[in-house]
Design a protein around this ligand. Structure first.
Ligand code: 26Q
Length: 810
């Protein structure tokens, strides 16, 4: 076949098939006979890429021609997952490409499954960044994501006899057909060294070491291919990759030292999603990526607009948590030292340019760096932080009601004990907008961690409730439901998720409810087949699929779900004559490698599953599964099959949650606390269509202040006491009876997460779930009303709010 060059549109099926074969031959170097699935995957992506590239260049040119303001989303994490289905679906080429591949004897679904999951993030924060990139393109906003091209993303989780093992995830092993290395976009990033003063009050920083940041670009395709934006990930490289003189002198290791040291920077994602360990390498990563990104943004601005003083009119930079907060000091350095702007002018530009999003209130999760480390690594930035702090505290001291205690809380330097640089205070001071990610979270920000900064700048904190992209989290992951929705209400919801409300009347339509239930059942059968094949466990698709999938954390209370499972198990055994409602309890999630209790909770879930699943007295009434290696692709498989979504964090501790939104959008009912975005989900879907239980955030705070003791509560709840005692005494760990003694003792003596306090209410809510499930009409009505009312949680809505209220680009 002659070489074909697909133009702006991909040609019809046969031409498309020959284009894919042509790519296979000329790019991969294989013919159709020799090609293996990975070759077909790469050939398909390269072929599709041709169209994407054209739209990508059009998008860039149009923004340039319009002199448009650009959005820059800085994030240490982008949990984007697989891209082929996303790109195919957003370009509306899924059917065409499936047909073309079928003529070649290739199953599209099968090659989609072997695409590695790009897991450059831990959990919610990283996935939010990925949903935002998709929505920015879908809303036709010119935007760049900036991050790090980790060679090893989130570790792969293996279970060894129920214990979590971490294996490196080499997502680049087969090459990455989505990325474009931009050797021309490279920047010098320095570390350490010293600052000397020069003439006219100028300073000079001479770093002791430097690495080169090289850009790798990945296209982010919006819905209907309207726009293609850039995700720019930085890779670290040594300037002088090999010291040939050393090499020739026989010092092979020394010759490659610099290369190794540079590459170590972007080698691995920190698999912690709280309690920052404070390692030097992490601060180096943060500065490396912040510096490269700020240099790139400033270079583009000066090239396009000529005058650095107009930066804030043409660039909005959003900080995804404090991880890139050092960018505030880096921009100040470039504006003052390099562009020679006066400090106050630079500060006004900086604050007008940055916005900061906070994702946690847990004090132990707030980033701060020991001052000696910060100063040694970034001596010039340390001076700048001092100068900002002097200005900040001068301003604060003029405000009535701000006393010494408040000044100490506002300061960029924590002076209690070992002195530390507070990254949240730096991000707050350096931004014109500081937002929380759900209404409750934003109110708690004002009352707790940022109370004093809020008094000083009362207009700065605002709320932007999180959202999820309905393309990936409905259309792509749940084609059955998407087709049914289209039949019922037409296709408009695909362009505007708010239009899902047209579904409301269908909740009362018995024949629609039946079809809706059939789609859910079919998704459950598909998941059951996967679980059977991967874990050897048989599930009953007519049981309630009750699912808790998320990072393992004590505040998320997987332990509450497990203890309630144990209590239910005991009830079924004690009262076999009762009419029990069959349940499947499914758990999945990764624990940070150093988080002892989280790893023990994983082992407990596995031990409980082993015992219950093997108990002939239980049969199909209760099955428990811990699915290994939870990631984006696993979520896409599990969520469409869920009946019940577990969102049971201690009230006040989950900033928002976004998994909660994915489940409800796919027709699961939520059992949850009044925490994070659960509250807003309840407001949207209605009190009758959600199971809310437990203490409120205020009640949690009150109880903590009032000397709450888990021991007293456990003594008063027979069901809880039985379950806790069974676990503590080794019923589920006969090979090591004391394995869970410490974990259970914690509930008696320091139940910080109020598990005992919420247990009875949770168990009662679970029995309400059973009752509703047994009224199929009532359950079906509620499930449909969830789908109908979840459109507001589209990340298009969220991004629209950021665009109008923070970035000024809409
Ligand atoms: C910090 C310093 C050093 C090493 C690691 C980290 C680190 C990394 C990741 C700290 C936190 C994270 C991730 C936090 C996160 O995912 N937060 C979640 O953000 C979601 C999106 O807003 C919310 O929905 C969740 O409630 C919140 O827990």
């Amino acid at each position: 076949a002659p070489p074909t060059a697909p133009a702006a549109t991909v040609p019809a099926s046969t031409a498309l098939a020959s284009a894919i074969v042509d790519t296979l031959v000329h790019r991969i170097g294989k013919d159709a006979q020799a090609a293996r699935p990975h070759d077909w995957l790469a050939a398909t992506i390269f072929t599709l890429r041709n169209e994407i590239i054209e739209r990508w260049m059009e998008s860039t040119k149009a923004a340039h021609a319009a002199g448009a303001k650009r959005v820059y989303y800085l994030s240490l994490e982008f949990l984007i997952g697989r891209l082929l289905r996303d790109a195919l679906s957003n370009l509306r080429h899924d059917d065409e490409v499936a047909e073309a591949l079928a003529t070649l004897g290739v199953d599209l679904a099968q090659i989609e499954e072997i695409e590695p999951d790009a897991a450059l993030g831990n959990g919610g924060l990283g996935r939010l960044a990925a949903c935002f990139m998709e929505s920015l393109a879908s809303l036709d906003l010119p935007a760049y994501g900036y991050g790090i091209r980790y060679v090893n993303g989130m570790f792969r989780q293996r279970l060894d006899d129920g214990w979590q093992m971490e294996l490196p995830e080499n997502w680049l092993a087969h090459g990455n057909p989505w990325e474009f290395e931009r050797r021309e976009s490279a920047y010098f990033v320095g570390f350490g060294g010293e600052v000397t003063s020069a003439a006219e009050g100028r300073v000079h920083w001479s770093p002791a070491e430097a690495v080169e940041a090289v850009a790798f670009d990945t296209p982010m395709v919006g819905w209907r291919g309207k726009r293609v934006n850039t995700l720019r990930l930085w890779n670290a490289r040594a300037f002088d990759p090999i010291k040939l003189d050393q090499f020739n002198a026989g010092d092979f290791k020394g010759a490659l030292d610099g290369q190794l040291r540079a590459e170590t920077l972007t080698r691995v994602l920190y698999p912690n999603d709280s309690t920052p360990a404070g390692q030097e390498l992490r601060l180096r990563q943060e500065y490396f990526f912040s510096s490269a990104s700020i240099q790139d943004i400033v270079r583009r601005h000066v090239q396009y607009f000529g005058d650095i003083r107009t930066l804030a009119d043409k660039a909005a930079i959003q900080l995804n948590d404090t991880h890139p907060a050092v960018a505030v000091a880096e921009l100040m350095r470039i504006l003052t030292d390099f562009h020679e702007l006066p400090f106050d002018v630079a500060w006004d530009i900086t604050r007008a340019t940055f916005g900061y999003t906070n994702h946690t209130l847990l004090p132990e999760a707030l980033e701060s760096w020991p001052l000696p480390l910060f100063e040694r690594l970034l001596p010039r930035h340390m001076q700048i932080v001092y100068a900002i702090n002097a200005k900040l505290l001068r301003e604060a001291s003029k405000v009535e009601g701000i006393d010494g205690r408040a000044i100490a809380a506002i300061s960029l330097i924590d002076e209690g004990g070992e002195r530390r640089v507070r990254m949240a205070n730096l991000a707050f001071a350096g931004s014109h907008s500081v937002n929380g990610v759900a209404a409750l979270h934003t109110e708690l920000m004002k009352k707790t961690v940022f109370a004093d900064l809020h008094r000083l700048y009362p207009d700065r904190i605002n709320n932007k409730t999180n959202g999820i992209t309905p393309r990936r989290w409905l259309q792509q992951c749940n084609p059955g439901l998407t087709a049914l929705l289209g039949e019922a209400i037409g296709p408009d919801f695909q362009d505007d998720a708010a239009k899902l409300t047209a579904l409301v009347p269908f909740a009362d339509d018995a024949s629609f409810r039946e079809r809706f239930a059939a789609v859910k059942r079919s998704n459950k059968v598909t998941l059951s087949t996967y679980i059977k094949e991967s874990m050897g466990l048989t599930l009953d698709p007519d049981a309630i699929f009750d699912i808790q999938i998320k990072r393992i954390h004590e505040y998320k209370r997987q332990l509450l779900g497990i203890i309630e499972t144990v209590a239910l198990y005991d009830q079924i055994r004690s009262h076999p004559e009762r009419r029990w409602t069959p349940r499947v309890k499914l758990f999945a999630g990764k624990a940070a490698s150093s988080y002892h209790n989280a790893k023990l909770i994983i082992k407990l879930a596995n031990d409980v599953a082993k015992r219950i699943n093997a108990d002939p007295a239980i049969g199909d009434l209760l099955k428990v599964a811990f699915v290994p290696n939870y990631n984006v692709s696993m979520a896409e498989r599990i969520i469409p099959a869920a009946d019940l979504s577990e969102q049971i964090s201690t009230a006040g501790m989950e900033a928002s949650g976004t998994g909660n939104m994915k489940f409800a959008l796919n027709g699961a009912l939520t059992i949850g606390t009044l925490d994070g975005a659960n509250i807003e989900i309840k407001d949207h879907v209605g009190d009758d269509n959600i199971f809310i239980f437990g203490l409120t955030a205020d009640e949690v705070a009150e109880k903590r202040a009032g000397g709450y003791r888990g021991r007293d509560v456990i003594a008063g709840s027979a069901e809880l006491a039985q379950a806790v005692n069974a676990i503590a005494s080794g019923v589920f760990s006969p090979d090591d009876p004391s394995r869970y003694k410490g974990l259970m003792d914690g509930l008696y003596d320091h139940d910080w997460f109020m598990l005992a306090a919420d247990f009875d209410a949770y168990a009662a809510a679970q029995r309400d779930v059973d009752a509703k499930w047994n009224d199929a009409d009532s359950w079906g009505r509620s499930a449909i009303l969830n789908v109908a009312n979840m459109g507001w949680f589209s990340s298009d809505r969220t991004i629209g709010e950021y665009a109008k209220q923070i970035w000024g680009v809409m």
